[in-house]
Ligand binder design. Sequence first.
Ligand code: FE2
Length: 360
Amino acid sequence: MVAYADVGIELKPEFLKAVYFILKEQAGVRPGERVLILSDSKTPQHVTVAFRGVAMQLGASAFDLKVPSAPHPAYQPAFEWDPLTIAAASQADVIIDMAVGYAVFLAKLAAQGKRVIMPGDATGAPHIEDSLVRCLLLEDQHALRDEGMAIKRIMDAGSVLEIKSQAGTDYRVDISDLTANVFSGFMFDAAGVQVSNYEITPGSMPGFWLPKGRGDGVMAMDGLLLYDNVHELPKSPILFEIVKGRIVNVSGDPYLSVRLADWLKRLDDEAAYNGPVHANIGLSRMARLTEHLEFERVRGAMTFGFGDSSILSDAYGYDPATTSKSGVHWDAQILSGSLSIDGKAISVDGIVQSCNPTSE
Ligand SMILES: [Fe+2]
């Protein structure tokens, strides 16, 4: 199935370097700030301790809160967090989230100006240490940011995003009025100016949040499928027929297509079929196809979200009428597809093309 990663319980000294990089370089933690570390029972204790210790070293007041474990990421939108968690987070300047993820209260705190960073995409997986060391220390995050920014510029100037598969499927969506996100992990630019306060690390994964009701075609999903309590790689592509931003038919891989369709039907949640609500391409050469959400950063892999996008109204101020309100947010991935913007290739058969940031 998916790749295995190190789940050792002893602190690796390299991890302290990775944590320092996140807190200092990406989140910009300063002396005197309050830093809250959110973790759950899946987060190894030494991971939490490392974040707290390094935050202290940077002169911050550091606190950690072990919250009740949330359900599988697919069910995050409907999960109700205890007021104690929300109250603690509301008192912090910087929130290091390794447990909550896609939640209304964190999005609202970000909209109020709190800095929220999600190492490993906030799912507290046991091998978060291995994932962060591998991705943050073994490749140049600044270069990944620059490459992500170069792709963002192409996306921002574009009108049509098109995805083709080697099997001949084609999906198109109008992006003429949309602005791309980079998700580089950096909250400050090279000059020290704050450019973001809601980040996922490691990066980058440029792409779009897509308004409800937009996008048509067929997508051949040959990468990880995250739904219900499942992370699975299909043996053959799962085909999604999309009409006006909504799945109208699921076919392909005989094992997973039937199970996914059955899950969607049992949810009795019409908005669960909405999507893609986001479309992103990963740039990391070190990310693996693990159960950790690092799989979304795998270089050349495209990840698409379905179901809820309403939480983004809180985080980014999007018009609620353009977002999708669902109890689930699930993801599907294309590994070997081609992505183009107005005909300019961003990736071909899963290989990212040079967008050469320095020449633009
Ligand atoms: Fe997603």
